[in-house]
Every structure is written in C-alpha cells, then in structure tokens.
Ligand binder design. Structure first.
Ligand code: HEM
Length: 312
C-alpha cells in the first residue's frame, strides 16, 4: 500500500516536471519576436570578441541562475543573490545581458524574458568560443524575487568533495554524468587565487610543475583576487582539454580534480578526454536539462522590462 502510494506520487512528480518543461518550446518567440535569437547572438558575439572571457562569465551566470529557484533570472536582480558567497565579487556579465535586453525591448516590448535571454546567451557563448551548439527550449518567465540563502546553500563550492557535487546536482534533478559533463564548462574562463590556494599549496594530487607555476601569481598570503585560467592549455577555446588536464592532475580547483581521483567518475573523465563527440553530446544534453530546471511559465512571474529589477 505504502509502496504503491509513493509510486503514484513519484508518477505525479515526474508528470509535473514534464509538464513544466513541456511548456517550453524552441519556437516560442517565432511569431511574437522573430528577431530575438539573432539579437541575442549578435550581442554575445560582440561582447565575446572584445573580451573572450565574457563567454565564460555568461555561461557561469546561467548556471548560477538555474541552481537557485530555477532558471528565472533571479541572479540578475540587483543585490540579493548577487551578495551570496559564490557570487559576490565573482559573477560577471550583467551589463552584457542588460544591453541585449535593451535592444530586444526596442524591437519587441515586454515579450522576451531575461531568463530566456540568459539561457540563449549561455548557448551562444559556448558557440562563440568554438564549442557545440544546441536548440534551446524557450518560454521561461522572470521571477519577482531572489533568494540569497538558497544561493549560499544550493551552489556547490570549490572545496566540494565528489559526493558533495553529486548531491548538489542530484538535488536539481541532474545525474552524475551531467555533473561531470557540465564541469567541462571549466574549459573556459578564470578563477581567483582564493578559490584554489589551498589546492596548490597543500594537496598532493596536483602536477608539481603546474602547482609551482600557479604559486608565482597566488602567494600563500594575500593576492586572493589574482586570476588563473581554469583550463591551463586552451583557456579561450571550448574543447575537451579540461578532461585531459584532469588526467594529468592539472585540475585548477579541488572540485575539478575530485572528478579524476581514483574514484567512480574516472571512467567518464577518460571517455570525455578521448572522445570529443561524447563530451559534446553529454554537455549539450546536460545544458538543456539544466536550462529546464523549474522554469516559470504561463502566468507565473513576469516579463521584466529591465533585467536588474522587477517591474514597478
Ligand atoms: C561542479 C561544481 C562547480 C563548482 C564547485 C564551480 C566553482 C567555480 C569557481 C570557484 C569558479 C571561479 C570563480 C571565481 O574565482 O571568481 C568558477 C568559474 C567558472 N565556472 Fe564553475 N563551478 C562548478 C560548475 C560549473 C558549471 C556547471 C558551469 C556551467 C555550466 C560552470 C561554469 C564556470 C565558468 C565558465 C567559470 C569561469 C567564469 C569566468 O571566467 O568569469 N561551473 N566555477
């Protein structure tokens, strides 16, 4: 009896989750704003060509949006989530999204959500840096609030263990293989010394030459804001080098190297390192899943006029 009741509630839960993302559709703006996608793409291309790191920053912004009350642009609201520990002094790209939004408002007033702009911008960023493309389901609406406490609790940190990471991702309905594939986003962008200092001075599963070269710009004491590339080989190219780095103990963050440390995810890392197509396919699948976390649809939330504040 109890088993069949929980079975029914599982079916209901799965059905609800499917309904929520089934309301998203790649053609959502085809009639209401046919130029939306091209406008986002050209805004991202321009931003990335003047600052290649911006592609990484926009991709990360989307991740930090989706993991906190779903992909609803809550991270874009001034203050609040932006003050949370994983975000403060570290997230970038708000200005790029604001300026794309201004251009889109000029062609289609109050039609395209900030949450969708950010989701598409993340995809276009990956493409701009040479990575795979995918079709983005659309129709998300924007939140009218944000949650700083949830940003602190739900976003995994750089000192996470492999099981911490698995838990953080499974809490969002993502599998371990999704987690390993999405971590491949660290094939682009940079991290601040404070996030990897402990690793380069105190850990043993790190290539010695790699650790030594990082220490030059990340002293034992101070310098916490100095930057290092997350991918030591091809920092501005979206490729699978992240995984070959892990196999030679050149993961920058503790939370990177735990994916290849004589443990259950080693084989997935080996597969993505030796087979770029397998990585691209797993990454795009996982990006679509992450983009579908708890979207607001229908009459929920609002379409913001400006991404950094709720409508008055
Ligand atoms: C697996 C758990 C993850 C942890 C613990 C983690 C942690 C971090 C940390 C600490 C930084 C450096 C921030 C700074 O120093 O300012 C960073 C940067 C970055 N993360 Fe992650 N991350 C994770 C997963 C992801 C995912 C899923 C994505 C996207 C799909 C992502 C995309 C990025 C990108 C692109 C950067 C570079 C951003 C830039 O240069 O502006 N990360 N991450």
């Amino acid at each position: 009896m109890a088993a069949s009741a929980s079975c029914i509630s599982l079916v209901v839960l799965v059905a609800l989750a499917t309904v929520a993302s089934a309301q998203l559709s790649p053609t959502f703006y085809d009639t209401s704003c046919p130029r939306a996608l091209a406008t986002i793409k050209s805004g991202v291309m321009a931003a990335v060509s003047s600052d290649p790191r911006m592609g990484a920053s926009l991709l990360r912004l989307h991740f930090h949006d989706c993991f906190v009350q779903g992909c609803d642009a809550s991270v874009l609201l001034s203050g609040m989530e932006q003050n949370a520990l994983p975000n403060n002094g570290s997230l970038r790209g708000f200005g790029v999204i604001d300026s794309i939004k201004t251009q889109i408002e000029a062609i289609c007033a109050q039609t395209v959500s900030c949450a969708d702009i950010l989701t598409v911008a993340a995809r276009d960023s990956v493409v701009a840096l040479g990575g795979p493309s995918w079709t983005v389901p659309l129709g998300r609406r924007d939140s009218i609030d944000a949650n700083e406490a949830a940003a602190n609790s739900d976003l995994p940190g750089p000192t996470s263990s492999r099981s911490d990471l698995e838990l953080a991702f499974s809490n969002k309905g993502l599998l371990t293989v999704d987690m390993v594939a999405l971590s491949g986003a660290h094939t682009i962008g940079q991290a601040q010394c404070g996030t990897f200092k402990d690793r380069i001075y105190n850990e043993t599963n790190i290539d010695t030459t790699f650790a030594t070269s990082l220490r030059a710009n990340c002293p034992r004491s101070g310098g916490d804001g100095s930057l290092a590339n997350l991918d030591t080989t091809t920092a501005n190219t979206f490729d699978n080098a992240y995984y070959t780095n892990l196999m030679s103990q050149k993961g920058l963050l503790h939370s990177d190297q735990v994916l290849f440390n004589n443990d259950t995810t080693d084989n997935t890392v080996r597969n993505f390192a030796s087979n770029p197509a397998a990585f691209s396919s797993a990454f795009t699948t996982a990006m679509i899943k992450m983009g579908n976390i708890a979207p607001k649809t229908g009459t929920q939330g609002q379409i913001r006029l400006s991404c950094s504040r709720v409508n008055s």
